[in-house]
Design a binder for this molecule. Structure first.
Ligand code: C5P
Length: 232
């Protein structure tokens, strides 16, 4: 898969999500379905969006004992999504079990990526609450290397970390990066943001864009601008 823009469909229910997607009359965007929508509507919303021809990143961030994650991934593998994820903090045993569960009887599977350190966790919280006493960039690169060694396809990280992750794990290890804003946007609650063009320069493979598209007066036009800036 090449570079692409993934729209974070952070809506509270299926009705609003489908009404939003109805506004894209041309190219069908790659969409991210997160916990809020999935817990509200269940697997049916994933099937409905898939039937409309969208590629899907199912962002459920699994983190549990290996056997539980393996069984949960087996269920998710039947949904025919394109990308699934989990927390690298679950350790290599959990990541390997997840891959096993996700692999369908015919050998195919969605891409599997790992959340390294949540961008809401800062250096102080990581040190004082998680007792991880190394610089954030080192922790992220280490988690990325663990994910790569376990056989995963990539990680979720800040675009600021994408180059470091590629240096540590190789150019083909995917970096999926939220925290994107147009130069004219308000950053909102995101602390460290980059424009689509800067994320391209930084080496992001996929950018995850929410409010700059979902809250735009013309979401389809904002999406096209984003594609143009990120892919060219
Ligand atoms: O609206 P905005 O562009 O900030 O949305 C970014 C999306 O990426 C949201 O769905 C958010 O939950 C997600 N995300 C993030 N930072 C992470 C992981 C996921 O912003 N580290």
């Amino acid at each position: 898969m090449g570079k692409d823009v993934i729209i974070a469909c952070d809506f509270p229910d299926g009705r609003q999500t489908l009404a939003f997607l109805d506004r894209f009359t041309g190219h069908k965007p790659f969409v991210k379905i997160g916990m809020e929508l999935f817990y509200a509507e269940g697997p049916q919303i994933v099937r409905q969006i898939k039937e409309r021809g969208h590629r899907i990143f199912l962002d459920l961030k699994l983190h549990d004992i290996p056997n539980t994650v393996k069984k949960a991934m087996r269920v998710l593998s039947r949904l025919d999504v394109d990308i699934c994820n989990l927390h690298a903090a679950g350790t290599a045993a959990m990541m390997r079990a997840a891959l096993e569960g996700l692999t369908r009887p015919d050998g195919t599977r969605p891409l599997l990526i790992a959340v390294t350190m949540l961008t809401s966790t800062d250096q102080a919280a990581m040190e004082n609450e998680l007792l991880i006493r190394v610089p954030m960039a080192e922790a992220v690169a280490h988690y990325a290397k663990n994910a790569r060694a376990a056989g995963l396809d990539g990680i979720v990280c800040s675009p600021l970390e994408a180059a470091g992750v590629h240096a540590a794990c190789g150019a083909d290890f995917l970096t999926v990066t939220p925290g994107i804003r147009f130069a004219t946007d308000d950053a909102g609650d995101q602390k460290r943001v980059m424009t689509p063009a800067a994320a391209r320069e930084a080496g992001s493979d996929y950018i995850v864009v929410g409010r700059p598209i979902t809250a735009a007066a013309d979401p389809a036009a904002a999406y096209e601008t984003c594609l143009e800036q990120f892919i060219g």
